[in-house]
Design a protein around this ligand. Sequence first.
Ligand code: GCO
Ligand code: MG
Length: 408
Amino acid sequence: MNIATAAVIVTSPDRNFVTLKLTTDDGLVGWGDATLNGRELSVASYLNDHVVPLLIGRDAHRIEDTWQFLYRSAYWRRGPVTMAAIAAVDVALWDLKAKAAGMPLYQLLGGASRNGLMAYGHASGRDQEELFDSIRRHLEQGFRSIRVQTSVPGIDAVYGVRAPVGEVPEHHYEPALRAAQPMEEDWDTRAYLRHIPKVFEAVRSEFGPELPLLHDVHHRLTPIQAARLGKDLEPYDLFWMEDCTPAENQDALRLVRQHTTTPLAIGEVFNTVWDYQTLIKDQLIDYVRSAVTHTGGITAMRKLLDYAAQYQIKSGIHGPTDISPVGMAAGLHLDLAIHNFGIQEYMQHGDATNEVFRQSFTFDNGYLHPGNEPGLGVELDEEAAAKHPYQPAYLPYNRLKDGTVHDW
Ligand code: GCO
Ligand code: MG
């Protein structure tokens, strides 16, 4: 089973996606996701210019060898562009191997360790009424755990709340705006720290103690501010507090950890196990937030999650709409197979995306399942994809009141 052709497909139904298609000499097709929000074309170029030519004629069964070859032979290691490109090749090879075996991928990874994957959805609102409505809608859809984001009095535009111009439906919240420039938002840490505990108090008293609640801080706090928020949220029993500091500095989490028992999740912007080295070894976190797509694929994620498992740290695989259905499916197969599954983020793609990517994964009564088709269970429809050419789109960024650029 040698690789005969490799093609990079860029398509923009709802948003931009970069997909790698590998075809073998015996006619099997494998898919990999290489989408890097706001920097999509860099990964497409990395693949087209530097990876595709190396793949032709290679034995598609040699997944570990191909991973090591792409990682080590580049000399320049790590980084989101490189690791997304390697991930796309790796996931496409796993898709091929599972198709060749006639099995859903999770079987090759050791088989199912559970019946389904508890997923959390994103509830948000500009005020309490809107937020409560959004939580109720998610409960009606079957979600059994919910991320809560809200507006903050004194801040005009906050992460995770309003759909940017173009008003996509609320449950399809998409932070990247189709425009030539990133949108500017504002930020006020003191206003945020005052407001969020009140929101969780209200949500708990309306929806009771059982419902797992999550919150994403999106890298905006210093360690001592994050420590305070974690402490203030303790009475509301969060499932996790996510990305509380930028975390390039892993030791920052030590300070947060010393002050609070609120569980900590981190890592959607990380791309190798090294970004977690101290965090895992010193047990400074509870959940690993990486995406298969941004962390070198299934081969690397499996090692990372096995390492985390030795420290009772669980998975919380990143699943926003900027992970394509191919990347989502890769995460779901891994989630089903590993022992230390925690929770799966599920933002739900829009109709146009679902027409381009035919999927076998299901969401039933709050639980995701990757399905039982051979391989990943996702096939890209190239004709449908061709109808949606690339459109420049960027994530927003924010500035403090005095104009200083802040973390997004
Ligand atoms: C999440 C994330 C996303 C990111 C987006 C960036 O927890 O799902 O924070 O909403 O902002 O994936 O590309
Ligand atoms: Mg996040």
